[in-house]
Design a protein around this ligand. Structure first.
Ligand SMILES: NC(=O)c1ccc[n+]([C@@H]2O[C@H](COP(=O)([O-])OP(=O)(O)OC[C@H]3O[C@@H](n4cnc5c(N)ncnc54)[C@H](O)[C@@H]3O)[C@@H](O)[C@H]2O)c1
Length: 441
């Protein structure tokens, strides 16, 4: 890594000393899927960490040493809280005593697919009230390029307080992949770009204390764009895999077999898989932050719009598969009992945000189906005002059709194939099985 050349000030030297000595008071604003694991890593590295969170249940849980994030097991949180290394609060005045603040609040889309910056705005408003010399602020929420310098900096800037000299501002995209057993906050390389070289230097130094690898880049805009490239790459390639599935479905080819065989090519191909539609807080949303921004610059992000359209068709495609499979057995969807297997947006996690299962259940309900579901991670959910509780997998035996939406590892697939009458498998979870009752995407 090239040393970053920069002008040092008293504020930066003092902050550097605190970071190196791990005495800097670290603040994490927003203790969700991103913020809580990050808070734990800095507490483990020896920093005194304060999480600031508006949800009082989360504040109480953290202070009781109880984790509500699957990737943060209770046994790793409890000793840190007991030792006083990590605490949570809803009181923003603590910002006045913090040396660093990582902002990890949601960045959803509005109904119009425009960025909803209200959470970032609210967080920055609080930080600006308590901004003080020597403070390092890092935005981690995924957002459009230009957010940190155009939106956050003007909110923080106070007359006579200079960024890069008296306070320091960076963007560092969070790349956490919930449920990934190999890569978690500590060992995912951390990209960081500052408003000035000194901001980048201090941001890099800060993360290097707790995380295994830090990748400095030349600006906040580059750091913001890195995250959008990563997620847009994924969204577009999933869109291609989904379009392949739509085409293969029409001409009677097993798309899964095609992808597996193509993946044997040792270069120039990376497999992506079709599915029931995009879910989660990142892949279906982040690319639209980019297209919103580029539209203002007069460029239509056509790949993004097209992939968004194709991915958005998948829940309906699944419903049509279910409808056709039932019709082949002389049953209409109306009045049929349809059992959904897995409702989280992806395997082995408990998050149902933007889950395609919700769209599919909504469409099936509208067509008059009776719905039940199984998911060990999601005890209950609401579809169009209908409250449902998770049922045991045995319920599948009574259903007219079972639809596998999420392929959790905990499911007993041999048992499911044995007991179900008809299964629509949107994830190729039943790859090893051959049976007339299985309909694949
Ligand atoms: N979840 C992921 O897999 C993931 C991965 C990479 C990046 N991201 C990005 O990270 C950001 C956070 O995502 P997340 O999944 O952790 O969201 P989350 O909803 O799990 O957590 C955000 C937390 O911020 C709190 N909050 C909201 N407004 C606040 C405020 N003004 N002050 C203090 N706390 C506030 C919420 O109560 C919530 O607990 C988003 O921009 C997301 O796109 C998420």
């Amino acid at each position: 890594m090239q040393p970053i050349e920069t002008a040092l000030t008293d504020c930066s030297l003092e902050l550097e000393e605190k970071i190196r000595g791990r005495t800097a008071s670290v603040g994490i604003l927003g203790l969700g899927y991103v913020g809580l694991p990050l808070a734990v890593e800095f507490a483990k590295a020896g920093f005194p960490v304060t999480g600031i969170e508006v949800n009082l249940d989360k504040v109480a849980a953290v202070n009781a040493g109880e984790s509500y994030v699957l990737d943060v097991p209770g046994p790793s949180l409890r000793p840190l809280v007991a030792a006083g290394a990590l605490r949570a609060t809803a009181d923003f005045s603590v910002l006045a005593d913090l040396d660093t603040v990582n902002i990890c609040v949601p960045t959803p889309l509005r109904k119009t697919k425009d960025p909803d910056m209200s959470f970032v705005e609210a967080a920055c408003r609080e930080v600006s009230k308590h901004l003080h010399p020597g403070m390092l602020i890092i935005l981690e929420s995924t957002t459009y390029p230009g957010t940190t310098d155009e939106f956050v900096l003007p909110m923080l800037g106070q007359p006579g307080v200079r960024v890069g000299e008296e306070f320091f501002l960076c963007f560092s995209p969070e790349r956490v992949d919930p449920g990934n057993p190999s890569f978690q906050t500590a060992n995912i390389p951390k990209v960081v770009g500052g408003i000035t070289p000194e901001c980048t230097r201090l941001g890099t130094l800060f993360y290097a204390q707790a995380l295994q690898e830090v990748v400095p880049v030349s600006s906040t805009r580059v750091a913001e764009m890195v995250k959008l490239l990563e997620n847009t790459f994924r969204m577009i390639n999933i869109g291609l895999a989904n379009e392949m599935a739509l085409m293969c479905g029409r001409i009677g080819i097993n798309v899964w077999e095609v992808i597996d065989a193509a993946a044997t090519k040792p270069f120039g191909f990376m497999p992506f898989y079709p599915g029931p539609g995009l879910g989660g807080h990142c892949i279906p949303i982040d690319p639209f932050y980019l297209s919103w921004k580029t539209r203002q610059a007069g460029i239509e992000a056509r790949f993004i719009e097209l992939a968004g359209y194709i991915n958005g068709q998948m829940p309906m495609f699944v419903v049509e598969k279910v409808q056709n499979a039932l019709n082949d057995r002389s049953r209409p969807v109306r009045g049929s009992h349809i059992h959904i297997v897995g409702v989280a947006y992806k395997r082995n996690i408990d998050d149902i945000r933007e889950s395609p299962a919700l769209d599919i259940m909504h469409l099936l309900k509208k067509r008059g189906a009776r719905l039940t579901y199984t998911d060990p991670y999601v005890p209950d959910l609401t579809v169009d005002g209908l409250r449902l509780s998770a049922q045991p997998m045995e319920t599948a035996a009574a259903a007219d059709c079972v639809v596998i939406i999420t392929d959790h590892s905990a499911f007993d697939y041999p048992r499911l194939v044995e007991c179900a009458r008809l299964i629509v498998d949107t994830r190729n979870a039943l790859k090893p099985f051959t049976s007339d009752k299985i309909v694949r995407l």
